[in-house]
Design a protein around this ligand. Sequence first.
Ligand code: CMC
Length: 430
Amino acid sequence: MDNATPMDNATLTVQDQTLELPLTKGTENEVAIGIKALRPSTGVITMDPGFANTGSCESAITFIDGEKGILRYRGYPIEDLAEKSTFSEVAYLLIYGELPTADELESFRRQLRRHSLLHEDMKKFFEGYPPSAPPMSVLSTIVASLAAYYPVANTDDDVNLNIIRLIAKLNTIAAFAYKKSVGQPYVYPCNDHSYAGDFLHMMFAVPAERYDIDPLLTKTLDMLLILHADHEQNCSTSTVRMVGSSGADLFSSISAGIQALSGPLHGGANQAVIEMLEQIENDGRNIAKYVELAKDRDSDFRLMGFGHRVYKNFDPRARVIKQKASEVLDQLGVDDPLLDIARELERIALEDEFFVERRLYPNVDFYSGIIYRAMGIPTNMFTVMFALGRLPGWIAQWLEMKKDPATRIYRPRQIYTGSTERAYEVIGER
Ligand code: CMC
């Protein structure tokens, strides 16, 4: 993309060679050293496990300042969007770069409604899964199979149509995955509802009963989806970009992103948090024991929903969600003992030297599950909810990667530490 501002060069001495490397600065003054010339000139590579110091691209979508707890989509603070916007408006903003006019938003919503049905044949895919199938596996594979139904995307209009299809259908796929897991009939999308409202309708309506969508649930879901909508170059987004960098289509790239999100260190943490809180509750609420276990270097146990690669003071999404959790539970009349345990766990951990020293704070996943539970969403669907929210971000990042002339296929290097050359000798019969 090369939109960053050039600065003075940096000088790097490698063994006996001195190299001038370009420094560039983004619009929020983050600085990068360009190392394109490093290996060609010196034969040396950089080593950065987990890519904690590595920029993979320039991006104009999302800005995070992890020290100050700032998160902005296209320049708009997350707190304002979560409070005042809607998920479809935020999706439009992320994907197309600007807030929509009223007409553009209406047209976007109309298109989403129009494409929300799944091809009837796709129901056979759902039927092939065992009821115990994790909904994230179902989500990922059904999204991958969309490439078989809508394979052609040669023009910008074709790509845009597939983007609309994907957003519209992910709602339906997610709800169908749930209905399959509980053995209930699928509920088809309905054009009368908003995106979030339709999801709730497809999740919770049953043929025998009238289902009225609670506006509080719709608003809360919209807010949660907005808070998850993008987070720059995290694990799943980098996966989407990496798969897309080979020229793979949108559906395949997003399907891979869904799989990356499912892990407990990433999106799967929201489910893991509730399982951890339940474990603490069932173990006599011995919170201190679990804090000690998280600190024990011989134990694999971690406080799920705590810590973040980028945020080192607080996660602004967690702040909004924590406040909303109390409000929403009060309004719904839900008294969840897990909320008290979560608050107490946070209080104890934040006073503990181990967590203070390592700057470990509650992240977005710490309180989100408590709200989902209060809304009646089952625990194994929490990460699916994260995927629904993250979809516009993945799409925006995939599109930006495709349009960026600086994009090259993602292909990191390694330092080989295996055997040096050895002679092959046949052992026994071949
Ligand atoms: N509980 C206990 N110790 C922790 C935790 C935790 N949740 N998180 C980090 N640490 C310790 C870690 O053991 C290490 O200690 P030491 O320096 O003594 O070895 C130190 O803090 C640094 O941790 P790290 O693993 O090197 O940090 P990272 O940036 O590689 O990992 C993380 C970030 C989010 C994967 C990690 O904090 C973690 O596993 N958290 C729990 C899972 C979780 O909540 N994930 C959701 C992340 S937010 C949603 C999303 O975007 O996916």
